[in-house]
Structures are given as C-alpha cells and as structure tokens.
Design a protein around this ligand. Structure first.
Ligand code: HEM
Length: 414
C-alpha cells in the first residue's frame, strides 16, 4: 500500500497505526470530561489516568498529594473512567447526609460476578434498598447480643495464644493474630463455622479466604474494564467475572452444608447466616403485607460481603490500635483504668462495652489516624444541580462519579 503515492507501507503496519490512532482518540475523548467542565486535576496518562500512580503508591498518599495540589474537588481518571475526588468536609456531609437519597449507589467499576452482585455494598438502587432493609435488623442490639457467645469463644482462643506466647517471652506478629481472630469471628457469625484459624492455619476455609483477600485473582479483565468502561455492562450480560467460579463455589458449598446441618438440627438461631435464612421464605407481616425474603444467591453474596467488609477493616483497626497502645503507655494506662473501673466485675457483653467512653474515643482516634476505608466511593446519575455548582461544575447530563476521601478529609482537618 502506498500513502500519497510517496511511501510504500505494508497493509498490516497501516492497520496497526490506524488502530493505535483510534485507541488514542478514544482515550483522549474519555479523558476530556473534567477539562470540559473546568474541574482542576492532573494530566491523565492515556488509558491509565492515575492508575499508574495507584499501582505504585499508597492510595492515601496519592489522594493527599492531589488534595494539596488541586484543592477540595479534583477531577481524575481511573483508567478512562472519570472520578471526582471530594475532600471538603462540608461537601462530604452534603453528599452523605442531606443528599444521601441521590447517592445510595457505590460505583461498580468492574462486574463483580453473579454472587457478589447480590451483596449489599454492590447492589444498586431498589435492590440495595431491599437488601439494606432486610439485613439491617441483623445488626440490632438484641441480635448482636445473641452473637456474643460466638465472639467470646474466639476471644478466649486469642487470649490463650497471647498468654502462651508471652509466658515464653516470644514476640507476636499482631496483624496475623488479629487477622486470624477476625476471620474466626466472621466464619462463626456469617458462615456458622468454627474454624479456629489461629490454631488450624491449613483449614480449607482459611486457605480459600486467604486467596480471596490476597486479590491474586485480579487480572486482565479488571484492567480491560478500567480501560473500556462500557465493557462492564457487556461482562455483566455475559456473566464474565474477575472472581473465580471455584472460589465462590467453595463458599456457596460451605453455606449449603451448614444449611443442611441446620435442617437436621434446627436449634441454631444466633448468627448472621441463620438470620438471613430466616428471611428466605416469603412471609406475611403483622399488617398482612407480603414480605419478600432473601434468595439463596443473596445469602451467599452477603455472607461474602460480611467477610470482605469486615475482615481487613476490623483486623487493621485492632492492629493499629495495639500499636498506638504500645507507643502511648499513658493512653494504655487510662484505658486499663476505665475497663477496671467500669466492667472488671461484669461479663463481657455488648451493653457493658458500650459504656466505655474512653475506649470509644480511642477507637475513633485510631480510625482517624489509619482509616481502613480511606475512600467512600459513591455514584449517582441524579446529582442535584445545586450540588454540582458547589463542585464548581456546570450541570450536565450523564453520570458523575464521586469519590469521598475520608483520610484526606481527616488529615486536612487536623
Ligand atoms: C473498623 C471496622 C469497620 C470500618 C471502619 C467500616 C467502614 C465502612 C465504611 C466506611 C462503609 C461505607 C459506608 C458508605 O459508603 O456510606 C462500610 C460499609 C459497609 N460495612 Fe463496614 N466497616 C467496618 C466493619 C464492618 C464489619 C465488621 C462488617 C460486617 C460484619 C461490615 C459490613 C459493612 C457492610 C455490609 C457495608 C455496606 C453497607 C451498605 O451498603 O448499605 N463493616 N463500612
């Protein structure tokens, strides 16, 4: 093939250049949203946006830098997906409180798979509302109180390990200790299993959970969806997920076995799994209204979500909490004094713990310093025009994605 009769170019090379040029035009077009709307932000890398920075650096550090450089509202791209980073406390309050009804959805950058899409923190709009209303009662004070014996068993195991190690003068890796404890609590409360991972690190549940948390199953599908956001809908229709079927089948099987055992011995009514099972059948409430229950996929999905949402958050908070106590002995003394004064002669229980004011303040401070969930991703197709003005954006049709960054917010307010 000849171009303008001047140079002879092989057809394959010409096609390759054409494809590369089209891809470049596509990414430039996707990454032009914030510039057109006048939102400040860093120059995006074609197809990556700021992903290259997020792969290399800690997300908190990246967000802090962006906040310092560009201010309270920053336009960035995850791949080709526009994301607005909001770090202004008043705007965050507006989104999470006043305008919450318009921001119930998280943004699903990737298709999470048939089971995970039924989780309350993935589901959208009315499905989210239904799941939230159905699951919220499982977190009532009374229900949590019933779970206390399960939690107490796991605390006892952890304390045994701590006293054994300390009697020998051995040191402990706190993240593994609290990680094991948290996994045991989740396995017993969300899956109805006693796994004792601290003593049986090779238990199949522990091994599968480790793969789950390592994120080693992430791969090219995720990157493809970041680069070509519209593929997410296609992946969803074709049911192509980044989450390996083997892993979800394992956890579904664990739940099925437990359910089977419960049918033979229906005397268990104290964990999240049973509370979800209790809603499985359609019921009639006191006003004669039909109440839809959870489907089996919703039960699988939300058991997994409890694991996703509860594991790292709790284990990291406990780990950083122990670090704070070790490095601030005066705080440790004050905490011990409060516990001795308030509950030393009472059984460990939900209400007793709730009376510990200094403990509450201490945990809040640990969460402020080391936020385990630095971002609150929200998305909305119904952003109120008044709020857009607050973002310095002229109202425009279409979806705006918003990321609230609690760690930058915390850091900027200290
Ligand atoms: C220190 C511990 C924890 C922290 C800091 C934490 C933090 C958060 C945050 C920031 C959100 C997002 C809220 C929003 O977007 O408006 C969230 C949602 C959620 N968390 Fe936690 N969490 C913790 C522990 C747990 C535990 C132990 C569980 C489960 C047993 C859990 C289950 C959930 C669920 C299901 C959601 C989604 C709620 C919804 O979409 O309606 N979290 N958490």
């Amino acid at each position: 093939m000849e171009i303008l009769g001047l140079i002879s170019v092989p057809t394959w090379l010409f096609c390759l250049c054409l494809i590369l040029l089209s891809l470049y035009i596509y990414t430039t077009w996707c990454q032009s949203v914030w510039k057109k709307l006048g939102v400040p932000g860093p120059k995006p890398v074609p197809f990556l946006g700021i992903l290259n920075r997020l792969f290399k650096q800690n997300v908190n550090d990246v967000d802090m830098d962006l906040h310092k450089q560009y201010g309270r509202v920053v336009g960035v791209y995850h791949g080709n997906i526009p994301v607005l980073l909001v770090t202004d406390p008043e705007l965050i309050k507006q989104i999470t409180v006043k305008e919450f009804s318009n921001f119930t959805n998280r943004f699903n950058l990737i298709y999470p798979g048939e089971i995970m899409e039924n989780g309350v923190n993935v589901a959208l709009d009315d499905h989210w509302k239904f799941l939230r209303n159905t699951l919220s009662p499982t977190f009532s004070t009374g229900k949590l109180k019933n779970m206390m014996p399960l939690i107490q068993n796991n605390i006892n195991t952890m304390l045994e390990i701590i006293s054994e190690k300390s009697s020998k003068g051995e040191s402990m890796e706190m993240k593994s200790l609290f990680g094991g404890y948290t996994m045991d609590v989740i396995a017993s409360t969300a899956f109805g299993l006693e796994i004792n991972s601290l003593k049986n690190p090779d238990d199949p549940f522990v091994n599968h959970a480790k793969i789950f948390f390592s994120g080693s199953f992430t791969g090219p599908f995720i990157m493809l969806q970041f680069m070509f956001p519209r593929l997410t809908s296609l992946f969803s229709v074709l049911k192509i997920s980044f989450f390996p079927k083997k892993l979800s089948a394992f956890f579904a099987n664990v739940i099925n076995k437990t359910i089977q055992m419960r049918k033979e011995d229906p005397d268990t009514n104290k964990d999240f799994l049973q509370l979800m099972l209790n809603t499985e059948k359609e019921r009639i409430d006191s006003g004669g209204k039909h109440i839809k229950g959870l489907t089996r996929n919703e039960i699988y999905g939300n058991s997994l979500i409890f694991m996703v949402a509860g594991y790292d958050t709790t284990a990291n908070t406990l780990t950083f909490g122990s670090y704070c106590l070790a490095t601030n002995p005066d705080v440790q003394d004050k905490l011990i004094e409060e516990i001795d004064r308030e509950i030393a002669d009472k059984p460990l229980g939900y209400e007793n713990v709730m009376s510990l004011e200094y403990l509450d303040m201490f945990i809040s401070e640990v969460l402020r310093l080391w936020a385990p969930t630095p971002r609150f991703p929200k998305s909305s197709s119904r952003v109120p025009p008044e709020l857009l003005k607050e973002f310095f954006i002229k109202p425009k049709n279409g979806m705006i994605l918003i990321t609230l960054n609690s760690s930058t917010f915390h850091a900027s307010s200290t």
